[in-house]
Design a protein around this ligand. Structure first.
Ligand code: FES
Length: 122
């Protein structure tokens, strides 16, 4: 199947995303710096519209050398939070932070001459 053009790279601001309906699916395209990450708009938990969730910084815990908590912090990574039940996924890897087997389904995405293309293998 040929690549499908869905929009222009410059239409998505850094840290933002757009959802495109194409090839019978909805796909969220997220921009992180100069990179794009595309995920099916289908949460692996129960099918919710994951790409319509809010984006938050990942929260981590600062530990002392003795493994005592020194408080919480932002790690610098971004998570999208499913609007149905709150599962979180890393925007860049699609992985759930607590279960590497629970992850978003990625769609290959590329940019040619400023246009965004999605590649569907089925
Ligand atoms: S459907 Fe996404 S957390 Fe339940």
């Amino acid at each position: 199947m040929p690549d499908i053009r869905v929009g222009k790279f410059d239409d998505i601001a850094d840290g933002d995303h757009k959802i495109y309906a194409t090839n019978g699916r909805e796909v969220g395209v997220f921009r992180v710096g100069q990179n794009l990450h595309a995920w099916e708009n289908h949460c692996p938990h129960a099918g919710g519209p994951i790409c319509q969730g809010k984006i938050f910084g990942q929260v981590g815990e600062v530990l002392s050398p003795g493994k005592e908590s020194r408080g919480l912090c932002y790690t610098g990574r971004k998570h999208i939070v499913c609007p149905w039940h709150g599962f979180e996924f890393d925007i860049e890897t699609g992985k759930h932070p607590g279960d590497a087997h629970t992850r978003l389904r990625g769609i290959p995405v590329s940019v040619k001459d400023g246009d965004i293309y999605l590649t569907f293998n089925r």
